[in-house]
Design a protein around this ligand. Structure first.
Ligand code: URA
Length: 255
């Protein structure tokens, strides 16, 4: 990234951090013809609005968009220092699994175990996700792809901040574009709101199909939430069954 782009990036990231929710019309790319009838702006709920009109889309490094494989994309990421999270990380947690996966899971960001091992979802919550994939869906972990919204561990497991998301999101967007999964499952509030660009609570989004650039998205609760709220497991299982049906996987009835 050249200096001018970096400065523009930092400026816009700061604006987002300060609460900017929309890119002013004058700097948006020309609108594509509407695919379906939009509700008039006046009747849109505040929580339905896109949180950010893809700032990163406007400032994306051309090398990211040009990467045609995950290996190439990992090369572009390099020893990343695009945001302040790089200072506290042990390992970049790029993502793991099958580049041709039909199913992709997206979490929030690496925790301590993931940071140490360089692999997403390997701690307690990760073991629960692995159980959902293997025992629930009858797949191997290697059959799916697993990534996070940010690739470096936020200190003390805090939520990623807007400038960190702006810096990292183009890599997730490109991972999704390269893999082109049949279904994306977003895990928890944070990943769901970041990918769907809204502020709607996970409890209102889970269980319903959404869209991310043409890929069907099923939001569900984060496995870490399930570790604290076992009652959520039934709802996650319902969400996962919908995913299995969409993928044509046999849904075994739980006894
Ligand atoms: N939680 C996440 O959101 N991602 C991980 O990789 C681990 C825990």
């Amino acid at each position: 990234m050249d200096e001018a782009t970096r400065l523009a990036h930092a400026y816009l990231a700061r604006e987002v951090a300060l609460g900017l929710e929309f890119v002013p019309r004058s700097v948006r790319p020309p609108p594509a013809p509407p695919a379906r009838k939009e509700r008039p702006a006046a009747v849109r709920q505040a929580t339905d609005r896109p949180a950010v009109q893809a700032l990163s889309d406007l400032l994306i490094e051309p090398e990211i968009g040009a990467a045609s494989s995950l290996t190439e994309l990992r090369g572009v990421l390099g020893d990343c220092s695009r945001c302040k999270l790089h200072g506290g990380r042990t390992n970049i947690v790029f993502g793991v699994g099958d580049e041709n996966a039909e199913l992709m899971f997206v979490g929030e960001g690496p925790g301590e175990d993931e940071d140490r091992q360089g692999e997403p979802f390997v701690g307690r919550a990760g073991r629960l996700l692995t159980d959902i994939i293997t025992k629930g869906m009858g797949l191997d972990r290697a059959d799916v792809y697993i990534a996070n919204v940010v690739k470096c561990r936020p200190p003390g497991n805090r939520n990623p901040e807007p400038d960190e998301i702006v810096a990292c999101e183009p890599f997730l967007a490109r991972q999704i574009a390269i893999i082109r999964p049949k279904v994306l499952v977003t895990l928890g509030t944070f990943a769901t709101q970041a990918l769907l660009r809204n502020r709607v609570p996970i409890s209102r989004q889970r269980g319903n199909w959404h869209d991310y650039n043409g890929v069907p998205v099923m939001p569900t609760f984060h496995p870490a939430y399930l570790l604290r709220n076992a009652s959520g497991k039934r709802l996650v299982w319902e969400d996962i069954q919908q995913v299995m049906e969409r993928l044509g996987l046999p849904v075994a009835k739980k006894g």
